[in-house]
Design a binder for this molecule. Structure first.
Ligand code: ZN
Length: 227
């Protein structure tokens, strides 16, 4: 059985059994957080578990190395959309140690591309058209520097509002332990931090009130049913 048919078969059973019910959530992230993380397969489940996140909590953007390679590329666009249209109030960049982008060799990748049938003339034409394939494929030499640079790129982007804290951490891909490299609250004005805390408090109070109202409604229902 091919991987695709295996997944399609699983999917059918998943939907029919109603398993999706426990993943049901809204489109706005509960924790008002967007994460830019590396696509490393080891982080697939480890990352949310290690940070106490569940389905619906965050907007998750993933790519190789948790990098913003262009200020007007799709990663930056996703973050800007998340902030202005999807109620995101904080951003966190999550790279990890032992990342493939730390050891990537552009020469090797281009050689592999050639071995897999991409003709040399295509590579030459791209180069002659001004596409710097080596820079485009480049990762980073040092993961800590890379996270700090990415945080700065996002923080200083002309469309990023100044009241959004941008955090940066490096995760251990085995234990899930994180090292904090950039505490986004430190670069905010005191006023912005206060506003963020106030909003957080208001949300918690609202959630408590909603839970209380729900309890009262449930009790009333139970009473009515027992009459
Ligand atoms: Zn990685």
């Amino acid at each position: 059985m091919s991987l695709l048919s295996e997944m399609l078969e699983h999917n059918k059973a998943f939907v029919e059994s109603g398993t999706y019910e426990r993943f049901r959530t809204g489109k706005f992230p509960e924790k008002k957080l967007a994460i830019l993380a590396c696509m490393d397969a080891r982080l697939l489940e480890l990352l949310p578990h290690a940070l106490g996140l569940k389905n619906g909590d965050v907007k998750m953007i993933k790519n190789a190395g948790a990098l913003v390679s262009h200020p007007w590329g799709s990663v930056m666009r996703s973050l800007v959309v998340a902030v202005y249209a999807l109620r995101v109030r904080e951003i966190c960049v999550i790279a990890h140690s032992d990342c493939g982008m730390g050891t990537i060799d552009s020469m090797h990748i281009l050689q592999e591309a050639h071995n897999r049938g991409i003709p040399t003339r295509v590579l030459n034409t791209l180069r002659m058209a001004g596409i710097d394939l080596d820079s485009w494929l480049r990762g980073f030499d040092n993961v800590d520097d890379s996270v700090r640079n990415t945080v700065e790129l996002i923080r200083t982007h002309p469309l990023m509002p100044k009241d959004v804290p941008i955090h940066g951490v490096v995760m251990d891909p085995v234990t899930g332990a994180v090292r904090l490299l950039a505490d986004g609250y430190k670069t905010l004005t005191k006023k912005a931090v206060k506003a963020l805390c106030k909003e957080e408090l208001a949300l918690k109070t609202l959630a408590k009130e909603e839970a209380t109202l729900q309890r009262i409604a449930n009790n009333a229902d139970a009473k009515q049913n027992s009459v």
